[in-house]
Design a protein around this ligand. Structure first.
Ligand code: 3H9
Length: 703
């Protein structure tokens, strides 16, 4: 009888009726930490000499098989055994090894399974190679073994997108051999093992399969497609290099090439940025004030106002299974709002986001409009999305206060108004909060949870719980004009306008920032959002503007000519024949030239690097001020705001992470240099000064 062994308690080895069951037990996701690697190494060593065991079944305990390498170990000194060697040991086994996949078999987890000789999945399993999302490539044989099973196209599609696939698709692609009908991995594995023993199945090593076939043209096509799509991210292209090695070299040399590429990705700032983003995404909702705090239950939602924002918020709630009553001022407005919601739900149906049955059920049972606030008497949460005027908001909140049940949460979607003042219109300021959605609200990931002074902690917890229900990322923000995101946006947008006055064209700026990795440049974004929005903001802020502030007027000039951007086919760009891609407009350059003339500015040429430095310095400086004032609690909250709501390139990690990467002393030097020309705009944040003096980073404030 073979004894049961527990290797550092991370891996368990147990033999029953000739089958060795090797169980990884490293909650929550069985990541391949050094303890797991050592445990697996020892377990497979034992299996190789264990005369009682004829076949091995490898499973993961708890909710998943192995979800990958332990991300926390990246960037630290490597520890033996290396994962590729461990997997080679599994593949080299003279006795068959089965991997039973359940939950999420990702990255190194799938690579371990590819080293096994047979792969069985439970129906609910998902598999994938998400390393590119962390700035890496699969580094434990995935780039060499997967294409041998699926062919180059399918393998590259999986590893360059990082997309996990369901068991069914994995079976069709040849990644796995069978799907079990069992729900327990051990039961499924034992049944498969007995079946293989009965048929005297032998080992099947993927590494010994023929190299995959691919032509130079096919590889060139992949490279050109990925260069366009990945906006400067390196790892998708490195996947192609590794797969090329799989097709052109022998297996061992291919593994060596994969290792070189993996190690160069591991050392890259992009890997550090993407792993920062991974952990920030999880940490952003972990706030001391939410510890042990139960959220209030929300199933019935009221929405006030059915314009673009209100309708988008309604659709977001409906798609997540909430019941929605939308209030409008009169029957006409209510039926327009209903039509908008119906159209957006129809789009979701067309895109396959919901089934026809769910679509029909939402419209029949979960959604209604009304013109009477009394219809909200049973709502658990009401989100107001009406015109941005304090008077109008006060009127709405007074009515809500009168009809809503005790404990109902009253939320405002305002993007800049003082929510303390809004809350003061009610007799229940403890129940009032800001929930700032981003347009289109059913698509955009970010939700700023804006917390006024009197808000009860369980109301804040409910804001975060709602974001989870809606599959959004909640960031806690304090009350100020523009909260975290729009306040910082106002500053770097002004910096972009100043650069235009000083000599760059809007097209230069958009090009430079797209080369940096943004999906769109700031002037393209203005055209998309509508120039009238910025116009209204500038008019609102004009009376309070400090006389020292530099104000560019060229955008107002466009608005005076009703050139509001895409919706009028002209803004900073010309959009011919309804196209969403604009082309530069000589007339815009003339307006800018005229304004420079009035101001006596001699334009200076600016290269891409100069533009990016100035734009980023403005963003980082305001971001640091927002942190110092407690509007954002930590630098990572600023990063998550920009990564999930403002198109900041994820492989740069967010403005605060990027600042640390460049180095705060260099940022401060830039700020002081810019301040020589415009001391009012470029006032360096005291926080940056203090951190530089102490030799510390912004990330030191994340814990
Ligand atoms: C790789 O494998 C490289 C190899 O090719 C080569 C190596 C040589 N490591 O997301 P959740 C933590 S690269 C460490 O909230 P869910 C996570 O931080 C890796 N920790 O749960 C969280 O901690 P906390 C390729 C990890 O159910 C907790 O687990 N693999 C790891 O929503 C729960 O996570 C990936 O990229 C990890 N690998 O989602 C997979 N994964 O509770 C990355 C998670 O303290 N992981 N944690 O906040 C995921 O995509 C999701 O976590 C998963 C579960 C889908 C697994």
């Amino acid at each position: 009888m073979t004894p049961t062994n527990s290797y550092e308690s991370a891996v368990d080895y147990d033999v029953t009726d000739g089958v060795a069951v090797i169980t990884v037990q490293n909650p929550p996701v069985n990541a391949l930490s050094v303890a797991v690697r050592r445990g697996l190494d020892a377990a497979f060593a034992q299996f190789s000499t264990d005369t009682d065991a004829k076949i091995a079944v490898l499973i993961g305990e708890g909710r998943t098989f192995i979800a990958g390498a332990d991300i926390k170990e990246f960037g630290k000194p490597p520890q033996e055994p290396r994962l590729p060697d461990l997997i080679q040991r599994i593949e080299n086994s003279e006795k068959p090894v089965i991997a039973v996949l359940h939950g999420t078999a990702l990255g190194g987890g799938l690579e371990v399974a590819l080293g096994a000789h047979y792969r069985l999945a439970l129906p609910s399993a998902k598999v994938g190679l998400p390393e590119v999302t962390l700035g890496l490539i699969p580094g434990a044989g995935g780039t060499q073994r997967l294409p041998r099973l699926t062919g180059v196209d399918a393998a590259l599609s999986l590893m360059t997108s990082g997309r996990p696939i369901k068991a069914e698709e994995a079976l069709n692609l040849g990644v796995i051999d069978q799907i079990s009908t069992e729900t327990d991995p051990k039961t499924a594995g034992l049944a498969y093992a007995n079946q293989l023993l009965a048929t005297k199945a032998t080992v099947r090593r993927v590494g010994e399969m023929p190299a995959p076939l691919v032509t130079a043209t096919e590889l060139a096509d992949w490279r050109s497609k990925l260069t366009k799509k990945s906006r400067g991210q390196l790892s998708p292209l490195a996947c192609v290099d590794a797969v090329e090695a799989a097709a052109t070299l022998d297996f061992a040399s291919g593994m060596t090439r994969e290792r070189e590429l993996f190690m160069s990705m591991l050392a890259s700032p992009q890997r550090a940025a993407l792993i920062h983003a991974f952990f920030a995404e999880r940490k952003v909702s972990k706030l001391p004030e939410l510890q042990g705090m139960d959220a209030r239950s929300v199933t019935k939602v009221g929405i006030i106002g059915g314009g673009t924002m209100g309708a988008g918020i309604a659709v977001s709630c409906l798609l997540s299974g909430l019941d929605v009553t939308l209030i409008e001022r009169n029957e006409d407005a209510a039926s327009t709002a209903k039509a908008t919601v119906t159209r957006l739900l129809g789009d979701s149906l067309k895109r396959g986001k919901i089934s026809e049955a769910k679509h029909n059920a939402i419209l029949a049972e979960s959604f209604r409009t009304n013109i009477d606030y009394a219809a909200l008497s049973q709502a658990d949460l009401v989100i107001e999305a009406v015109f941005e005027s304090m008077e109008v908001k006060h009127d709405v909140f007074r009515q809500l206060d009168a009809v809503c049940k005790p404990g109902a949460i009253l939320a405002s979607n305002t993007s800049y108004l003082d929510i303390n003042e809004i809350a003061a219109a009610t007799n229940r300021p403890q129940d009032v909060i800001g929930l700032h959605f981003f347009s289109p609200a059913h698509v955009m990931k970010l939700l700023e949870v804006v917390v006024p002074d009197a808000t009860a902690p369980d109301v804040v917890a409910t804001g975060f719980a709602l974001a989870k229900t809606l599959n959004k990322i909640a960031v806690r923000a304090g009350v100020c004009d523009g909260f975290i995101g729009n306040r910082i946006l106002a500053t770097y947008r002004a910096a972009a306008d100043h650069m235009v006055l000083d000599g760059a064209s809007p097209y230069d700026i958009d090009r430079a920032l797209k080369a940096f990795g943004f999906a769109m440049g700031p002037f393209e974004v203005s055209d998309l959002a509508g120039l009238d929005i910025g116009w209204a903001t500038r008019k609102r802020k004009a009376p309070t503007l400090d006389p020292r502030a530099r104000v560019a007027k060229f955008a107002d000039r466009l608005c005076e000519l009703s050139r509001f951007g895409q919706k009028t086919s002209r803004g900073f760009y010309i959009y011919a024949d309804g196209s969403r891609r604009g082309s530069p407009d000589a007339e815009v350059l003339q307006f800018i030239e005229a304004e420079r003339g009035e101001l006596g500015i001699t334009p200076q040429k600016m290269d891409d690097e100069t533009i990016v430095r100035r734009y980023m310095a403005a963003m980082i400086n305001e971001g640091a001020k927002v942190v110092a004032e407690g509007i954002a609690q930590r630098p990572l909250d600023v990063d998550m705001t920009f990564l999930s709501g403002y198109g900041f390139p994820r492989h740069r990690g967010g403005p605060m992470h990027y600042a640390d990467e460049i180095g705060l002393p260099a940022i401060l030097t830039d700020l002081e240099r810019y301040a020589q020309d415009d001391a009012y705009f470029w006032q360096p944040s005291q926080l940056i000064r203090d951190l530089v003096a102490k030799g510390q980073t912004l990330s030191s404030l994340n814990d």
